[in-house]
Design a protein around this ligand. Structure first.
Ligand code: SAM
Length: 306
């Protein structure tokens, strides 16, 4: 039960927000492309500017119009909606540019979060800029940053890797290319692919700290913390549902100082007198690097020799 003071204070906050929105709504919306972020699950994560732009834009380009109609109806927004996604981009892009050139504001939204972040829009932005049209971002939610900021891993330097390839071979190649990147890594993933992806991450990146952020901003938001290895075991035995982001700590300093060529040379020398297992162990110990990395390099050597 709230006391009278709290009720009054809350009413003032509501009124202030309403006044600000009303003020924004009175301003004309200049012609241009507006990249508008929308909630990633929690309808409360919508900003006043987002509401103001979506209310005034005569045309909203949406990845999936049926999906976006639900969000817009919730806020009583009934603008014209047109689909814009990777399959119709070639056809629709010139039409959207023509609308902006004719003096209209066009808002671009995706199913959730920030457009262009593993979502359509890059080509549209590029061509709008090349055509000298106004392009502006109305920032807001993105699962990548929500996951990064709640993961408790370093945030100074991070690399957003989007979705990894669905095929394991290609995924491993991509992960190998990122192994020495001195940054926290962020990947989008789907729940059904999560266990296999974590397995590859463990093999290629070693026992780093990591977080699986699930259903962010929603009722069942969960952050699974551990190392890549423990998370793999956890998710394999108890598969998760919903939307997930994987955040992985940067490599330890030791791991990046020694380059692959050096380790390969060590391995080649060790393999002349030792078993594969002993050679991997000896090089891991001698160089103070991750066993998984030496193991993978050892495998590449034996494959080369086959
Ligand atoms: N553009 C969106 C953004 O900025 O958040 C991302 C779109 S991408 C097609 C969809 C992926 O984002 C999902 O597969 C998942 O990896 C991640 N994602 C979206 N919403 C999420 C949520 N509420 N919790 C966790 N991950 C989410």
């Amino acid at each position: 039960m709230q006391d009278d003071g709290t009720i009054e204070a809350n009413a003032r906050t509501v009124a202030r927000a309403g006044e600000k929105l009303a003020e924004l709504l009175e301003r004309p919306l200049a012609a241009g492309l507006y990249l508008v972020a929308t909630p990633i699950g929690n309808l409360g994560d919508i900003s006043l500017r987002t509401l103001a732009v979506l209310t005034r834009a005569p045309l909203i380009a949406a990845e999936d119009t049926r999906h976006s109609r639900k969000l817009l109806s919730h806020y009583n927004i009934h603008a014209e909606l047109t689909p814009y996604h990777e399959h119709n981009a070639t056809r629709e892009l010139p039409k959207l540019l023509a609308r902006i050139e004719a003096g209209y504001a066009v808002a671009l939204i995706s199913d959730a979060g920030t457009p262009l972040v593993s979502d359509p829009g890059y080509k549209l932005v590029r061509e709008a800029l090349d055509a000298g049209l106004m392009v502006t971002s109305i920032p807001g939610p993105s699962a990548a940053l929500a996951a990064l900021t709640s993961a408790g891993l370093e945030t100074d330097t991070f690399l957003f890797g989007g979705f990894l390839p669905p095929k394991s071979g290609q995924r491993q190649t991509r992960l190998a290319a990122l192994r020495e990147t001195q940054a926290t890594l962020i990947f989008f993933e789907t729940a059904p692919r999560l266990a296999k992806s974590l397995e590859d991450m463990t093999a290629l990146l070693g026992p780093r700290e990591a977080v699986v952020a699930r259903e962010l901003t929603k009722l069942h938001e969960t952050l699974h913390r551990g190392t890549l290895e423990t998370l793999t075991t956890e998710i394999e035995s108890q598969p998760v549902k919903g939307e997930v982001v994987v955040v992985i700590a940067p490599p330890s300093a030791d791991d990046v100082e020694v380059d692959d060529a050096c380790l390969l040379a060590d391995l080649e020398a060790a393999l002349k007198t030792m078993s594969f297992r002993d050679a991997v162990h000896a090089v891991t110990e001698a160089r103070s690097v991750k066993r998984a990395r030496v193991y993978q390099l050892g495998l590449s050597l034996t494959k080369r020799g086959e």
